[in-house]
Design a protein. Structure first.
Length: 43
């Protein structure tokens, strides 16, 4: 998962709490799947 400082501050997590995680750790399965689909189109 790639995030910027604004997102990190908004969700109130430390960098260490985000590193190594995926969308599945932060979003419901349906939304995480949409994020993955979008990422696959971009990357």
């Amino acid at each position: 998962m790639v995030v910027n400082k604004a997102y990190k501050d908004f969700v109130g997590l430390k960098e260490e709490e985000i590193i190594g995680k995926t969308d599945n750790h932060f979003f419901p399965p349906e939304l995480a799947a949409q994020c993955l689909e979008s990422d696959m189109k971009i990357f």
